[in-house]
Write a protein that binds this ligand. Structure first.
Ligand SMILES: Nc1ncnc2c1ncn2[C@@H]1O[C@H](COP(=O)(O)OP(=O)(O)O)[C@@H](O)[C@H]1O
Ligand SMILES: [Mg+2]
Length: 343
């Protein structure tokens, strides 16, 4: 083994973020995370995951039972960053144009004028997304993928950063239109909030009983800073061995006997992007196998379909992905770079 930093061995070493750029990501992540945690008790990992998705230029699906702070979390993240924020409450009668906007005829100018919909914002909170019709869901998901909106043949670009935080109740709850697989695949990660632990719930009761802390939450970052952090994350180094490992993990989901639909190449790509953000949030300029192992479940879990037998046996995507992460051999070079890099 030579003594070079794994990043420096790479031909394009000058494009690798400097230690300073990466510590800026780590510090901003800590600052924004702490701000959100003034409002959301006991959900440190969920909070970090949301920030990773934001910096990976992705979108986050928050799926859980009612009353565990999904909406609150989405609002707290949006409020922590000084940028344009819109919230869309999904309902069965919401139309695609209620999301994208419409062009209306202006009789004075004798011309059509575009009235942008709520998707034109840096952070879009899509609340209870599974209450809207598939057509309306599709309108949002298209904007997420393309980062642009086309209305009446004219295309409008969405500003960066652009992140959708969508919340939904579990699919077995009444009156919902579950997102089809192809649409779930558009979300970089899915998290569930989970019940707070006992102490966190007690803290919530004392701190939230009188006044909603969300009301006084102040932004601690802005769109300009987030864009620069995204730039640093993009330059996080990924070795060939790490790429091979990501593909090995994806292939393992495709081969697993309990899985009927495995990870798509889009999922593999998003796993790597998320891993870069995760590495930077940890103050590291390069991805290590641990990043992929940690993220495989939140990034791939919502995209997979289990076989009927696996369902009957009570298996979850989390268990199966955890097992895949455990048994898939780490390419020797990737493992070496990791221990080498941690010094
Ligand atoms: N972990 C938590 N930390 C702080 N408040 C919480 C937490 N979980 C739930 N709450 C409180 O419960 C209430 C419901 O939260 P909300 O975000 O509307 O839930 P959901 O969108 O999941 O149905 C809010 O008033 C929120 O303050
Ligand atoms: Mg809610």
């Amino acid at each position: 083994m030579d003594d070079l930093h794994p990043a420096a061995r790479h031909a394009g070493a000058d494009t690798v973020p400097t230690a300073t750029a990466v510590s800026a990501v780590r510090d901003a992540g800590a600052r924004i995370g702490a701000n959100i945690e003034q409002v959301i008790e006991g959900k440190h990992q969920a909070v970090l995951m949301g920030l990773a998705v934001l910096l990976a230029e992705g979108h986050l699906l928050i799926e859980d039972v009612p009353g565990v702070g999904k909406t609150k979390y989405a609002k707290a993240l949006a409020r922590s960053i000084d940028c344009s924020v819109r919230r869309i409450q999904f309902t069965p009668d919401l139309l695609p144009s209620d999301i994208t906007g419409v062009s209306v005829y202006n009789s004075e100018d004798r011309d059509f004028e575009f009235k942008p919909g709520p998707v034109f914002a840096n952070i879009v909170v899509g609340d209870e997304i599974n209450r809207a019709s598939p057509k309306t869901q599709a309108a949002l998901l298209e904007c997420m993928e393309e980062r642009q909106v086309t209305v009446d043949g004219v295309t409008y670009r969405l500003e960066a950063p652009f992140m959708v935080l969508a919340t939904q109740n579990p699919v077995d709850m009444e009156g919902t239109y579950p997102l089809p697989e192809a649409q779930r695949d558009r979300f970089t990660a899915r998290i569930s909030m989970g019940y707070p632990d006992r102490n966190a719930e007690i803290a919530m009761l004392s701190e939230h009983a009188a006044l909603d802390p969300l009301e006084t939450l102040r932004p601690v970052s802005d769109a300009t800073e987030i864009r620069s952090l995204i730039g640093a994350v993009r330059r996080v180094y990924v070795s060939e061995a790490i790429k091979a490992y990501a593909v090995d993990l994806a292939e393992a989901t495709r081969r697993a006997s309990e899985i009927r639909l495995g990870a798509s190449p889009r999922a593999t790509l998003q796993l790597l992007r998320a891993a870069k953000a995760w590495a930077a949030l940890g103050g590291r300029e390069y991805v290590i196998p641990d990043d992929l192992q940690y993220l495989i479940s939140p990034v791939m879990g919502h995209r997979l379909l289990l076989t009927a037998e696996a369902h009957v046996a009570g298996r979850t995507t989390g268990d199966i992905l955890g097992r895949i992460a455990q048994v898939t051999p780490i390419p020797a070079e990737a493992a070496a770079a990791a221990t080498h890099g941690t010094r």
